[in-house]
Write a protein that binds this ligand. Structure first.
Ligand code: IMP
Length: 481
């Protein structure tokens, strides 16, 4: 079925008018999705925005798709048609059998046959996507593709404008507080977030999560609770999903009748979907939850001997993902051997390697120090495998004076690796005595003794999920390591 240039031209005119209408993001994108789907004589359209950490695709506009299909959960950007985010136009002839489709069963149950997806590009980078769905199997023409790419160009302008608007509206006092509390911590980049919350307490909760740099998605998924025949009769949509904690959160209000209803739904949800991690939260529960993961005043006070949190779990995770992306890009097409020094590196190594999109092998060394000031380094466990001719990346928890790393690098280079580089999570540059080349650095930190996330003081604190500064009283009089 050929669509005429004329109908695409008038659809584009309509879309440009809507884009400049001054409506909110969602209304604008819904209207564009409708115009695009109708012009292409398709059954549905979805406009998606990429989250700030480039991990999730968030629906910002739809047309013609059922609630169930839309609320099947946040789309994992790396799994759901990743080629689109690489800037390509993707065509799926049969969504039910194509293994690039993340939820083929849902597509099948909704009668979706073909999908055409194009990237929304901002400054040459994918910042979102548009997907067109048809019930009948469909071949898309060049004219279809170039029409959708023009719609995507309009969406790019809308996304960037919405982001700018949100940045301008940002609560500066919250930013100030965050900067004062931790000058070294990065201000999180803005995401296209829903502008309207159902309740003001949800907005407060979202701000609190932002303050502690915890990623969140608002109402990303609905869970079916009851069916009448083949019709869905009841669903439950938790208020928030916190991807880093894999946790759904439903906020409670003080009204008892609502609470009872929520408790009933939650019970049902847990029975029907035991794999779903969901919590009903009131304010005090929420503070306790933050504490459990090392955030907030309770989180800091809870750990005896730790003065303050330097980097929260969420901040570390973000940085680790960024480092992994850079390493994956730099070593693309190669096999990489990761070498860690036990034991401080265990948390960092475990997280880093999971985010590398390369074939990797892994080995560990152990060392001990002796001499009056621990100035002599000895290898107590050497590598199991040969590194000759391999691309080697030394993964370190912290580089302090640089003496240890200098010694280990000397030892490794004697075995003629193809390349040898270093990735350290923490760099205490102020105390450097030996100049060691660092290829990748997570955070440059002040001259303080830090513990947690694998780092210890006298064998303790390694299990803290955050990096904290040890109370100076504890190490007073000791010579620093
Ligand atoms: P170097 O001074 O660079 O040789 O650092 C040697 C080792 O000292 C590191 O691998 C850590 O195990 C340890 N270290 C240095 N600074 C700290 C710290 O702040 N917390 C915990 N361990 C540290």
């Amino acid at each position: 079925m050929a669509r005429s240039r004329g109908s695409y031209y008038s659809a584009l005119k309509r879309i440009t008018r809507v884009a400049n209408s001054g409506f909110g993001l969602k209304k604008t994108c819904n209207s564009i999705a409708k115009s695009a789907a109708r012009a292409m004589q398709a059954n549905g359209c979805r406009i998606l925005s990429l989250s700030s950490q480039k991990e999730y695709l968030i629906t910002v506009g739809t047309y013609g798709l059922s609630d169930l299909y839309l609320k099947k959960g946040p789309l994992d950007a790396r799994k759901s048609l990743p080629d689109i985010l690489d800037g390509k136009v993707v065509y799926i002839a049969d969504a039910a059998t194509d293994d690039r489709v993340q939820h083929p069963q849902t597509a099948l149950s909704q009668g979706i046959s073909s999908i055409l997806g194009v990237p929304v590009l901002g400054k040459g980078q994918a910042i979102g996507e548009i997907r067109i769905y048809t019930r009948e199997p469909r071949q898309f023409s060049e004219a279809d593709k170039s029409f959708l790419l023009s719609v995507a160009d309009t969406c790019a302008v809308i996304f960037e404008r919405a982001e700018l608007h949100q940045l301008l509206q940002k609560d500066y006092r919250a930013d100030e507080r965050r900067r004062k509390a931790s000058p070294a911590s990065p201000v999180p980049t803005s995401t296209l977030r829903p502008t309207t919350f159902a309740h003001s307490s949800e907005e407060d909760f979202a701000r609190l999560l932002d303050f502690y740099c915890i990623d969140w998605l608002y109402e990303p998924r609905s869970f079916p609770l009851r069916w009448e025949g083949d019709k869905l009769a009841e669903m439950f949509t938790p208020d928030f999903y916190l991807p880093e904690l894999d946790l759904y959160v439903e906020l409670t209000t003080l009204r008892q009748n609502l609470l009872t209803e929520k408790n009933r739904k939650l019970r049902q949800l847990r029975e029907l979907h035991p794999e779903v991690n969901v919590r009903l939260l009131n304010k005090s529960d929420f503070i306790k939850l933050l504490a459990k993961y090392g955030y907030g005043p309770l989180g800091e006070a809870k750990v005896e001997g730790v003065d303050r949190v330097l980097y929260s779990h969420a901040q570390i995770q973000r940085r680790v993902r960024t480092l992994a992306r850079r390493i994956s890009d730099d070593y693309a097409g190669q096999r990489l051997m990761l070498i860690g020094i036990l034991k401080g590196v265990v948390c960092f190594m475990a997280d880093l390697m999971q985010h590398l999109s390369l074939p990797v092998t892994l080995d560990f060394m152990a060392i001990s120090y002796y001499g009056r000031d621990d100035e002599v380094v000895e290898i107590t466990r050497d590598l199991d495998t040969s590194i000759t001719g391999q691309h080697v990346l030394m993964v370190e928890d912290i580089v302090d004076t640089g003496m240890t790393l200098n010694y280990i690098l000397g030892h490794l280079s004697a075995h003629n690796p193809a390349s040898l580089s270093v990735c350290t999570l923490l760099d205490k540059r102020a105390r450097r005595l030996v100049n060691v080349p660092l290829g990748y650095v997570g955070f440059e930190i002040p001259d303080e003794f830090v513990v947690g996330y694998g780092l210890d003081y006298k064998g303790e604190y390694r299990n803290l999920p955050f990096i904290g500064i040890l109370h100076p009283e504890l190490i007073k009089g000791e010579s620093p390591q």
